[in-house]
Design a protein around this ligand. Structure first.
Ligand code: XMP
Length: 520
């Protein structure tokens, strides 16, 4: 557990709770999100936060049994910031009044103007000459009477109690969401709040790296640890960090299922083995995977076959590493939150995910998850600290089942060969035009249709392909990337000229939802 001062975010179920944590981490403050049900008296004692934030949430405090923190939270003597539903909880718990909707709901942009009283929490606000600040509101209920001890420091047309505080107890409560982009000065508010709470801003990657290394050493001792290295950012950073902590006690297994991109295996193995001196086993299992996938065209069946074989193969190689007691995984903080969150994960399986879940118990291994406290961009920052090249850190995500899910219909070696070449040209185009970092993910899918074309004087009858490029924040939703027509035309010409076997290119302009990012 971290030795830094800690801030507790009590989650009441807002869609944007993670953003609160992001804003705070950007201020070098260590914070954790915990669903309100887990925040008991004992938990609060144990966690000993230096400050607390109550998130927003979808419920109504006017409803019996609506989510609440334990009453003891108000007696801890630490600053509390309540946001939206969090404000309403505070008001009602402390003797104010909240009323349900009825025409006072506000969703979207609003402007807050300051009251006569000044508040340190708002220093840096209301300075641009307009005398007001843009904020983002999203509430049905509203506070109709503030709790004793509180005063009003800002109002908006729909929220006369937009900013309230009990300065003597350091309780702050706002109706709007300072964590979202649409509250442009929200960061200043959080900055003032954590300064008021006495945080030192010492949660830096440099410090984290040292602590994490020590924790890994304490956990692993002189035992051995294995790691499934995929070449993705998470497993790469986890491996590099564990290697720094325990050196050759770590063995990585890179499973080559024959569904990788052009030169990918050589690049990943070369970089970790030769450049970073890690012990890497290159499991060459192309025949096994491609053999079992022969004739299979159903997407879920493909995924299941690959997932099963991956575990079998990994287990086979791991069994050969004598004395391994630990399995390293690149689990990130959003996965941890998702698994404990009261809203839970998606209820419908859209695609079965390929991972090594269930493996540790089956093999009797203990888990090492050194990235459990980090967000993706923090993992990238740590990777840079550890000396991983930018070309690795900034890589687009690549799915575990690899090219199998970019090859709708039956997978053949011929199609994979063509797909690899086309994909490489597309990515090269994107890099040449300086667009790689603006795009979340870009790839080619080879379509299970042949089309007629004419090249030179001859007729062709070759595969068609689809280019896919999307912007996204977390892969949950996505928009297609708005390439210029010139870019698309140039790319199609290059692919058709340079890749034998493709004579037609389309650009996929489907968003997610209703589409998914991958084709299968
Ligand atoms: P979809 O296609 O569901 O993809 O919109 C969302 C993101 O997840 C990646 N993806 C996977 N990643 N194992 C992974 O590690 C998988 O089985 C898998 N399937 C999809 C996809 O590339 C995108 O970034």
């Amino acid at each position: 557990m971290t030795q830094h001062d800690r801030l507790l975010i009590v989650d009441f179920g807002s869609q944007v709770t993670q953003l609160i944590a992001r804003r705070l981490r950007e201020l070098n403050v260590y914070c954790e999100i915990h669903p309100y049900q887990n925040v008991t008296d004992a938990f609060l004692q144990d966690f000993a936060p230096r400050a607390i934030v109550f998130s927003g949430g979808p419920d109504s405090v006017t409803r019996d049994g609506s989510p609440r923190p334990p009453k003891s939270v108000y007696d801890m003597g630490v600053p509390i910031l309540g946001i939206c539903y969090g404000q309403q909880v505070m008001m009602q718990d402390l003797g104010g009044r909240v009323e349900a909707g009825h025409g006072t709901a506000e969703f979207g942009r609003a402007w807050v103007t300051p009251a006569e009283n000044r508040l340190d929490l708002l220093s840096g606000w209301f300075l641009d000459g307009t005398g007001r600040e843009q904020v983002w509101m999203s509430h049905g209920d509203h506070v109709s009477a503030i709790a004793p001890g509180f005063e009003v420091y800002g109002t908006s047309p729909g929220a006369p109690f937009a900013i309230t505080a009990d300065v003597s107890r350091r309780f702050y409560a706002v109706q709007f969401h300072p964590e979202v982009h649409h509250t442009p000065n929200g960061r200043t508010l959080y900055e003032n709040f954590v300064r008021e709470a006495g945080f030192q801003g010492d949660w830096t990657m440099d410090a984290y790296r040292e602590e994490a290394v020590q924790r890994i050493r304490d956990q692993i001792g002189d035992k051995k640890v294995i790691c499934a290295l995929s070449g993705g950012v998470d497993s790469s950073v986890a491996a590099a960090l564990i290697h720094e902590a325990v050196g050759d006690q770590l063995t990585c297994v890179f499973v080559d299922h024959g569904l990788l991109r052009l030169n990918e295996a050589e690049e990943v193995v070369g970089m970790f083995r030769d450049h970073m001196n890690l012990h890497v086993i290159h499991a060459q299992e192309q025949e096994l995977f491609l053999g079992e996938l022969e004739g299979v065209s159903d997407p879920e069946t493909k995924r299941k076959i690959i997932g099963r074989l991956f575990i079998e193969v990994f287990q086979k190689y791991a069994d050969g590493i004598e004395g391994a007691e630990f399995l390293a995984q690149g689990t990130l903080y959003p996965d941890v939150i998702e698994s404990v969150s009261f809203s839970g994960g998606p209820s419908v399986t859209i695609k079965s995910h390929h991972n090594v879940g269930g493996l540790p118990e089956k093999m009797g291994l203990k888990l090492v998850e050194p990235l459990r406290e980090l967000f993706k961009d923090e993992v990238r920052a740590l990777g840079r600290e550890l000396g991983l090249p930018d070309s690795f850190i900034g890589r687009h995500p690549f799915p575990g089942p690899g090219l199998a899910i970019r090859c709708p219909g039956e997978i053949t070696r011929e199609k994979l060969e063509i797909l690899r070449k086309a994909d490489a040209v597309f990515i090269d185009q994107i890099r040449r035009h300086g667009l790689y970092d603006d795009i979340w993910q870009a790839f080619v899918a080879i379509l299970p249709v042949r089309t007629v074309g004419v090249m030179g004087d001859g007729r062709t009858y070759d595969f068609a392909c689809a280019l896919r490029a999307v912007t996204s924040v977390d892969g949950m939703t996505a928009d297609y990337y708005p390439f210029s027509h010139d870019f698309l035309g140039e790319t199609a010409t290059r692919i058709i000229n340079e890749v034998k076997g493709i004579n037609r290119c389309t650009y996929d302009i489907t968003s997610k939802p209703p589409g998914t990012i991958e084709w299968e």
